[in-house]
Design a protein around this ligand. Structure first.
Ligand SMILES: [Zn+2]
Length: 171
């Protein structure tokens, strides 16, 4: 298995074009065409969003563990969640989703594109609705992350199977 140096995906040794980014693996960085450079840039962007999702999942889990240890209530996004098995289980869905979402983003899974269309608008509206400075900054930051997933280039990378670009690659 060979790792693509542009999107870091492992693919077969005999495939000339990467199955995810579609770039010729033998090319060097300076040989890339402008659209390929854009693809490389957004591949990295998607992975950074994935990494940030994993990091925030870990932060939420640490926050949960702290609350359980000290028998406090969990306050998040301005809401206070009471302690108990059911609220804790419901609350645990969020970091578990974030972990899976972040990991899948780093692997360029197709479902993450559709999940982003639901997840980001909800979290952005939630952040902005607090009408506080911190909420606005968080909302704008999430808007930037959202852009890195839904722009035309990222869409092409994540939904690659549906754009029918792969069968013509073995020339
Ligand atoms: Zn690649």
């Amino acid at each position: 298995m060979e790792k693509c140096k542009f999107c870091f995906t492992r693919s077969g040794q005999y495939e000339r074009l990467c199955t995810v980014c579609g770039i010729d693996k033998s090319k060097s960085k300076s040989e890339l065409s402008p659209p390929e450079k854009l693809t490389r840039y957004f591949c990295r962007g998607i992975r950074v969003v994935g990494l940030l999702s994993i990091l925030s999942a870990i932060m939420v889990l640490v926050h949960m563990a702290y609350a359980i240890l000290y028998h406090r209530t969990i306050a998040m996004h301005g809401m206070t969640i009471p302690m108990g098995i059911l609220p804790m289980l419901l609350y645990a869905i969020y970091p578990v989703f974030l972990l899976a979402f972040g990991y899948a983003l780093m692997k360029y899974k197709k479902w993450t594109f559709y999940a982003s269309m639901i997840y980001f608008p909800i979290i952005i509206i939630f952040s902005l609705s607090k009408l506080r400075c911190s909420g606005c900054i968080a909302g704008l930051f999430e808007l930037v992350l959202f852009y890195y997933i839904i722009n035309a280039t990222s869409r092409k990378i994540l939904l690659r199977g549906q754009t029918a670009a792969s069968p013509m690659t073995c020339v």
